[in-house]
Design a protein around this ligand. Structure first.
Ligand code: B3K
Ligand code: ZN
Length: 885
């Protein structure tokens, strides 16, 4: 596939003002009539009307009612010569929703019709200038069989509906706001809605609906609450109000990603809508809340102001992830109450950092490394990445840190006042932030949009007893990434604290300042190397750097074990306290991986014990701090990466921590067990998380009382968080109760697709605890033929294959290469149905060059086999091509 360059952006010669769409919905042959008023773009070079189309049967095409005089096909687009300033183009196309297994464009799910258009799915529905910089007003008429599809939805307001002959009916929708085609949506299905009427801040009454299949109506309350909370939060935090009379969410079981922010008609993966205590875990509840918020927030950051071209994707995604992170932190803090608020925020921040390190750091260190605003792509769907989303959110967070809460808000206000209703760029956003803050210099800051790779910040400190000064030297560098060999220094906000010997923070005073101020300061690192001198430091301090994870960098600081243990016990910044535990665990894991005979150091276990038994610490925080770092992150830190050696190290650590601290874990379970009805509440969730973690350690160590507890808890659980936590502990152990528990879980939830996804994932992710244990691959193969499994359902694929490929490296990278051969089989099978899903799975091997020579030798021919496969999609070809390139 050709590579598309950001620098090649040109406005279209013709754009679209209004679109009148008519759908005659039919499972195999849907007829789409598209009448659009095309207008000449005075700001662009002269040229033809360009319309993209894909997987369409074109039935007819007229311009101002007549056959067009000149039509050509060029680069996959239709080019039509037209004269004058405006013409009416009518295109009639026929599409086959049933045959559409890509889940992009118009497709069927459980008998209903659904669409997904971002990024380029609209061209699979009709011929159109399918780019985000073409914003038009849409009128949509849907016509379908009334019995099969009683509910007909599209964007905006319902303006007309009625009956038609032969058991059919129709509905007409009008969206008052101009929008790009990627925000178009329709739904025609048999659904029911939970409704709520709320009043917006300006006093308008709006109707909220969450549409699901009738059997799921008992699990939409939480999604609806989340929507109402999101609306309130955006009003209060940003002064942004819902701009429509009606806002709809629809849940669908077959969906490529999490959800989609179509104007007024968000379409969601059921996974991020449905929740009730018996089927959803605390994490599911949290995810529903944040994804509902994310899509809702897009209405302003994404829809009202959208992206000029797809290279600018982080303009809406990084910003909206930042907004949903802030929202979740506020919600958690509010629920936790004044005492627990700070810790609740920190736990949320730690979650976000964990995701960044597990998903984005490896991406930034591999063949797909790209700046948050990429310079080129072959397939845009491959660039909905952790870099664009999560690192993009970190970049916005740094802006927020540099400008302050008020400065950031002023910038947002100005952004909307300038660009409402427009399709703009990341430069526009950063410029407006600067303008709203007295010309705050953000020129160098723009490099965060331009450079790929995770920056390293190397820190060293020297305390001078004679003059009571502490000199901190910070040096930055960013490793080369594909196509980018030379890197310029970035603006890196480094939040710093100094901890005294008593464990308390020292009030900070930089040389030249009149008096000491706060205990945490944000230093601005802008050069390759910079020196900061603190004065009035009467005893040697322990530095605590990058507090709150103030920048998306890797901090390199020489700290011995004792220092890490000290910070684990005393760092006033919870993020850094967690990070100290992670660093200590990482050091132990890498040492154990390098030496099969090595044992877990006692001092490490003791440091864990201190944290575990610190009753002043919120259980949710302890659960975070006592969980070992993720395998994906650790593999990136290992050179060469050896998944089997790492797995053996982690098993030894789990066992040592479980056995040595058995009494402590048991006490935690006893103390923190909750009685009474389930409620989704951060305090309760934290307790459940720590109890589940305790069971994990106890079970891993094979402690009889721990296993008995897990079995009892599994049997008696009254909610999914406890039931699944206990089951996970049993599965990750040598317990003989393992198989029966899995079976019981399956039987109890056999009709529940989302719960079965958990059941698939748990088995695909299982480690091997005993010598006799079955390899995960053998189990995965069996589960592939389970009647509940389907390669056509993305959630199933992510649960079974995604977990095995991406979350079980110790098993996937088995030395005999069986996992790699299986990967080829599955990627090719998936690619024939759904290239986007296949490409996601393909990414599991992209960092193969970090592995041991033996694994590289096993993987390379498999990558080559995929690349040579006939009919390979552009999606997978780009991933595998870059991996081999
Ligand atoms: N904007 C969509 C993602 C679309 C992905 C297309 N491959 C969901 C979101 O980020 O909110
Ligand atoms: Zn988004």
């Amino acid at each position: 596939a050709p590579t598309i360059q950001r620098a090649d952006y040109r406005p279209l010669s013709w754009t679209v003002e209004t679109v009148d769409l008519h759908f005659r919905l039919d499972a195999e042959a849907t007829l789409v009539t598209n009448r659009m008023r095309c207008v000449r773009n005075r700001d662009a070079a002269e040229g033809p009307i360009r319309l993209w189309g894909e997987a369409l049967e074109r039935v007819s095409l007229t311009v101002d009612g007549a056959a067009p005089t000149a039509v050509r096909e060029a680069d996959g687009a239709l080019e039509i010569d037209a004269s004058g300033d405006a013409v009416l183009v009518e295109v009639v196309t026929r599409v086959n929703p049933r045959a559409n297994t890509t889940l992009s464009g118009l497709y069927l799910s459980n008998g209903g019709f659904f669409t997904q258009c971002e990024a380029e799915g609209f061209r699979r529905i009709t011929c159109f200038p399918d780019r985000p910089d073409v914003m038009a007003r849409y009128t949509v008429t849907l016509e379908a069989d009334r019995a099969a599809c009683p509910v007909l939805l599209s964007n905006g307001n319902l303006v007309e509906e009625g009956l038609l002959p032969e058991g059919r009916h129709y509905a007409k929708w009008e969206d008052p706001f101009p929008k790009p085609s990627y925000l178009f949506a329709l739904v025609a299905a048999k659904l029911v809605a939970l409704e709520r009427r709320v009043t917006t801040m300006s006093g308008r009454e709006v109707l909220l609906q969450v549409w699901v299949e009738a059997g799921n109506l008992d699990r939409v309350e939480h999604a609806m609450d989340s929507l109402v909370h999101s609306m309130r939060w955006d009003e209060e935090s940003f002064g942004l109000e819902l701009d429509l009379d009606r806002f709809m969410i629809v849940a669908v079981a077959d969906f490529n990603m999490g959800a989609m922010e179509n104007k007024g008609l968000n379409i969601f993966n059921t996974k991020f809508i449905l929740a009730k205590p018996d089927t959803a875990t605390d994490l599911d509840y949290e995810n529903v809340e944040s994804v509902v918020a994310h899509e809702y927030f897009h209405n302003w950051t994404g829809n009202r102001v959208t992206c000029r071209d797809w290279f600018q994707l982080t303009l809406k995604e990084g910003l909206t992830v930042f907004r949903d992170q802030q929202f979740s932190a506020d919600m958690l803090a509010r629920a936790a109450g004044p005492e627990g608020a700070a810790s609740a925020r920190a736990v949320k921040r730690i979650d976000d950092v964990r995701v960044l390190r597990a998903a984005q750091f490896p991406e930034d260190g591999g063949p797909m490394a790209h700046p948050i605003r990429p310079d080129s792509y072959q397939e845009i769907n491959n660039f909905y990445t952790a870099t664009v989303y999560e690192k993009g959110a970190e970049v916005i967070r740094m802006l927020h840190t540099l400008l302050g809460q008020e400065g950031f808000r002023n910038g947002m206000d100005l952004y909307f006042s300038y660009f409402d209703g427009q399709a703009v760029t990341c430069d526009d956003f950063v410029e407006v932030m600067s303008e709203a803050n007295n010309g705050f210099d953000l020129d160098q800051f723009m490099r965060w949009y331009e450079q790929a790779g995770t920056p390293r910040v190397k820190a060293s400190g020297v305390w001078n007893a004679a003059d009571g000064s502490y000199t901190l030297t910070l040096a930055q560098s960013t490793p080369a990434t594909p196509g980018q060999h030379v890197k310029q220094p970035l603006v890196i906000p480094v939040a710093v604290g100094l901890i005294g010997a008593d464990g308390r923070d020292v009030a900070l005073r930089l040389e030249g300042e009149a008096q000491a101020g706060a205990c945490t300061r944000v230093l601005k690192l802008t050069e390759d190397v910079q020196v900061f001198r603190f004065v009035g430091v009467s005893a040697e301090p322990v530095p605590s750097l990058l507090r709150g994870f103030s920048a998306p960098v890797i901090l390199e600081l020489d700290e011995d074990d004792a220092r890490l243990a000290f910070r684990m016990a005393h760092d006033a910044d919870p993020c850094n306290r967690w990070d100290a535990a992670q660093r200590y665990a990482e050091r132990v894991a890498l040492a154990l991986a390098a030496d099969p005979a090595a044992v877990v150091p006692e001092a490490f276990v003791a440091a864990f014990r201190t944290l575990l038994n610190d009753g002043a610490l919120d259980p949710a925080f302890r659960a975070q701090a006592l969980a070992l770092p993720g395998e994906a992150y650790l593999l990136e830190r290992m050179s060469p990466a050896d998944p089997a050696a790492l797995r053996s190290a982690l098993v030894r650590m789990m066992r040592a921590l479980g056995a040595t601290l058995a009494a402590d874990w048991l006490e935690v379970v006893e103390r923190l067990q909750l009685a009474g009805a389930y409620r989704y509440h951060p305090g309760d969730a934290g307790r459940r998380a720590l109890v589940n973690l305790a069971l994990r350690y106890l079970a891993a160590a094979g402690m009889a009382d721990g296993l008995a507890l897990a079995e009892a808890r599994f049997a008696d659980a009254t909610n999914m968080t406890e039931r699944f936590g206990a089951l996970a502990a049993l599965v990750q152990s040598t317990s003989p109760a393992r198989a029966a528990a899995l079976q019981a879980f399956h039987d109890r939830h056999r009709d529940d697709a989302l719960v079965l996804d958990k059941w698939f994932a748990l088995q695909a992710g299982a480690w091997r605890w005993g010598d006799a244990a079955e390899p995960a691959l053998a189990r995965v193969r069996v589960l592939l033929s389970d009647p509940a499994f389907s390669l056509s359902n993305p959630n199933k694929v992510y649960a079974l294959l995604g977990t095995f490929f991406r979350a079980n490296p110790g098993e996937f990278h088995a030395a005999d290469g069986s996992g790699h051969a299986f990967w080829v089989e599955q990627v090719i099978a998936l690619d024939a149905r759904n290239p986007q899903v296949a490409a996601r799975m393909a990414r599991a091997l992209e960092n193969w060059r970090h592995f041991t020579p033996a694994l590289q030798a096993s993987i390379r021919p498999q990558l080559e086999r995929v690349l040579a496969a006939p009919g390979l999609s552009a999606d997978v070809a780009e991933i595998v091509g870059k991996a081999l390139g």
